[in-house]
Ligand binder design. Sequence first.
Ligand code: AHM
Ligand code: MG
Length: 338
Amino acid sequence: MTAQSPKISLTRYLVEQQRVDGRIPSDLRLLLEVVARACKSISHAVNKGALGGVLGTAGSENVQGEVQKQLDIIANDVLIEANEWGGHLAAMASEEMDSIHVVPNRYPQGEYLLLFDPLDGSSNIDVNVSIGTIFSVLRKPEGSAPAVSEQDFLQCGARQVAAGYCVYGPQTTLVLTVGDGVAMFTLDREQGSFVLTQENVRIPEDTKEFAINMSNMRHWDAPVRRYVDECLAGQEGPRGKDFNMRWVASMVADVHRILTRGGIFLYPWDKREPDKPGKLRLMYEANPMAWLVEQAGGAASTGRQRILDIEPAKLHERVSVILGSKNEVERVAAYHSR
Ligand code: AHM
Ligand code: MG
């Protein structure tokens, strides 16, 4: 796009996607616009920080036993309130809620299910480092009982109909897929709208940059240790090149970097809590990110299985996550199968 090209708003992009091949039914378009509007208001709250009195802990824990920050709860409420009355959704699920939130009877019920991590990277909120909102959209399964239940959500990631995230960093950027590649929209604060700033996002197949929390190294399984050891060995090692490392501790920010310039992100299973399959949650963290990454030509695996093929057994299920540049992810997966 040149500087002279007309600005394409998210609304126009979605309308055009709907027109071209009917990829986006009107209810889904409405849903995505509402999620984007909610992200805009979360972005404003994040920007205000201490001035808005939104920093610090809320004094409560979520279902995963994690201390909730005030902004975790604010972002959750914003998403629920924005989405429950439009008639496009049957129910919502969130990292911050034990069970699903069914659209109240006073509103019409739609056919979509929305899952989200309202504020990912919570440990970064108070220190003014990038954080974000991650979302995934599923369709209520055909033939399921009229009363929506948690069971309706338990679908593999390959069945997502839309997925994305909004990163609140130096810029607020919404990144979206509806199964036809990945597009990025930057929030124009003067206009109050998201503007298309990149289409057909592609992740280079090779990279020299990895992201992992190195403090867990002693707990890793052999294949992950081997992969990282080989990266650290640099030019003299088996990879024959020097690697750089980045770890923001906000998955949204780490994935955004990978979608922008390539790289590999690992939050693998480790021996700290061997019964837990991983730290990150499958349905509203790993699945949407895995689909975005695949849509941009990358790969996403647990090390043993494609993430999008996992049939979830529960809403807050955790999973090992290895995603990003295709050749690197395939290498780590190959180390797991040896
Ligand atoms: P959150 O959803 O409670 O913020 O936790 C998920 C975050 C990810 O964004 C990030 O990759 C990871 O936790 C960081 O974990 P660690 O602090 O163990 O490095
Ligand atoms: Mg999270």
